[in-house]
Design a protein around this ligand. Structure first.
Ligand SMILES: *Cc1c(COP(=O)(O)O)cnc(C)c1O
Length: 379
C-alpha cells in the first residue's frame, strides 16, 4: 500500500516552515520575485506590448492541434535558432549569423541564468551596472555568485573602466537600460568588450524600440553574449521565449548549462510564425511606441516632472515618494512600477508606453494623486 501522509502533515503550510536544516545557506536572503502584480484595470507596470500580440502568432496558437504536444518539443529549438539568426542579420547588425550563434531559453531570464551558471563557479563575482534589471543580482545569488553593483557615472553613463576594474567573471550591461531607458554609449561598450577579463553579457531586451543594436560588436569578440527576448516588442511574454547571440563556442556552453526542451512546442511554433510573418506588425507597433513615448514625455514635462529620455517602450519619471504614489494610483486602477532610491535617480515611477487612452488614464491618475499629495493628502 502506498504511504499516505497524515492529514496533519498535508495541511501544514510548508511556506511558513523554516527549512533551517535543509535550505542552502546562500539562499537565505533570496525572496520570491513578487511585485504586487494583481490584475489592475490599466496595467503599465511590466513593459510588455500593450497593443497585443502579432496576428500570425495568434493564429498559430488557435490552430495548434493536440498532436503537437503529445511528444517532446525539439531539444534545442534548432529551427527557431535559424530564424532568430536571420532576424538578427536583418536587424541592421551587418553580421553573418547562423543557428550556431544563437541559444534560446524559457524567456531571456532563463538564458541569463544559464549563462551565469555556464561561466562562473560559486564564489565568483558578477559586476552589473546599477541601477539595472533587478533580477540580475538575484540570478547571481541563485548560482552562488557574488553580485557587485557598479554605479553608473553622472548622466547615467556607463563607466567602462570601473566595470573592468572589478575583475568580475561576468560583466552585465543592459542597453537600453531597464529601468532608466537610457542607451549606453557605443564607445564605452567597446572598451568593456575589448578589456573585460571574462564574459560580457549585453541585455538588449528593448533594442527594437531604440532603433539601434550592438549585435555587430559580436564580430570582434569571442566573449560577448547579447541577450534578446520576444517578450517586449514581439508581444509574446506569456510564451516565454528569450535568446542570446554570441560566438558559437560561447553559445555552446550556455546551451549545455540550459539543458534540453526549454522552449515548449506551442511557443516555438508561435515564435516561428511571428518571425516569418509578423515583421510588419512588430515594426508598426514599435513606431507607435516611439510616438507615444515622445508624447508621454512631453505631457509629463508639462506637469512639471523631469522624465528621463528613453530609448525603450517605457518612461522613467523621478518623483519623490514614488512607492507610496504607485500604491495610491493602483487603488484607482492604474498599475505602474515604482522604484525607491535608485542610484543617480532617486525615487521614480516607470510607465510602459501603450495605446494613448491608457496613457491618458495614467496621466490623469498621476496628476490627481500628485495634487492631492501637494495639498497634504499624501501622508
Ligand atoms: C523584461 C526583461 C527581461 C526578461 O525577459 P523575458 O524574456 O521575458 O524573460 C530581461 N532583461 C530585461 C532588461 C528586461 O527588462
Amino acid at each position: 500500500m502506498p504511504h499516505v501522509p497524515s492529514p496533519a502533515l498535508c495541511d501544514r503550510d510548508q511556506s511558513t516552515t523554516p527549512a533551517s536544516g535543509l535550505a542552502r545557506a546562500d539562499y537565505r536572503d533570496i525572496t520570491l520575485y513578487a511585485p504586487e502584480r494583481g490584475p489592475c484595470a490599466v496595467d503599465v507596470s511590466d513593459n510588455t506590448n500593450l497593443w497585443g500580440m502579432p496576428p500570425a502568432a495568434l493564429h498559430t496558437l488557435g490552430d495548434a492541434s493536440a498532436a503537437a504536444v503529445t511528444r517532446y518539443p525539439s531539444l534545442y529549438a534548432r529551427e527557431l535558432r535559424e530564424e532568430l539568426a536571420t532576424y538578427l542579420m536583418t536587424d541592421r547588425s551587418g553580421m553573418s549569423l547562423d543557428e550556431r550563434w544563437v541559444v534560446t531559453g524559457c524567456g531571456s531570464d532563463d538564458v541569463l541564468d544559464s549563462a551565469i551558471r555556464a561561466f562562473t563557479r560559486p564564489g565568483d563575482s558578477l559586476a552589473y551596472i546599477d541601477p539595472t534589471f533587478p533580477m540580475i543580482p538575484v540570478f547571481a545569488r541563485m548560482n552562488g555568485v557574488v553580485p557587485v553593483p557598479v554605479p553608473l557615472a553622472s548622466g547615467l553613463r556607463l563607466d567602462a573602466e570601473a566595470m573592468i576594474r572589478t575583475g568580475a567573471r561576468i560583466i552585465y550591461l543592459c542597453s537600453p537600460n531597464n529601468p532608466t531607458g537610457v542607451t549606453l554609449a557605443r564607445e564605452q561598450l567597446e572598451i568593456v568588450v575589448r578589456h573585460a577579463p571574462g564574459v560580457v553579457i549585453l541585455d538588449e531586451a528593448y533594442a527594437e524600440f531604440a532603433g539601434e543594436s550592438f549585435v555587430d560588436l559580436l564580430a570582434h569578440s569571442d566573449r560577448l553574449l547579447v541577450t534578446r527576448t520576444m517578450s517586449k516588442a514581439f508581444g509574446l511574454a506569456g510564451l516565454r521565449i528569450g535568446y542570446a547571440a554570441g560566438a558559437p563556442a560561447l553559445v555552446a556552453e550556455v546551451e549545455k548549462s540550459r539543458g534540453p526542451y526549454k522552449v515548449n512546442a506551442l511557443a516555438e511554433r508561435a515564435a516561428l510564425a511571428a518571425l516569418r510573418e509578423d515583421a510588419g506588425w512588430v515594426q508598426h507597433r514599435v513606431r507607435q511606441a516611439q510616438v507615444v513615448r515622445a508624447r508621454l514625455t512631453r505631457e509629463l514635462e508639462a506637469m512639471g516632472l523631469a522624465p528621463l529620455e528613453s530609448s525603450a517602450n517605457f518612461v522613467l519619471v523621478p518623483v519623490p515618494g514614488a512607492e507610496r504614489l504607485a500604491e495610491r494610483m493602483r487603488a484607482v486602477g492604474v498599475a505602474t512600477r515604482a522604484f525607491g532610491g535608485l542610484p543617480g535617480v532617486g525615487d521614480a515611477l516607470r510607465i510602459t508606453v501603450g495605446p494613448w487612452e491608457m496613457m491618458e488614464a495614467v496621466l490623469s491618475a498621476l496628476s490627481t494623486e500628485l495634487s492631492s499629495a501637494a495639498t497634504g493628502g499624501l501622508r
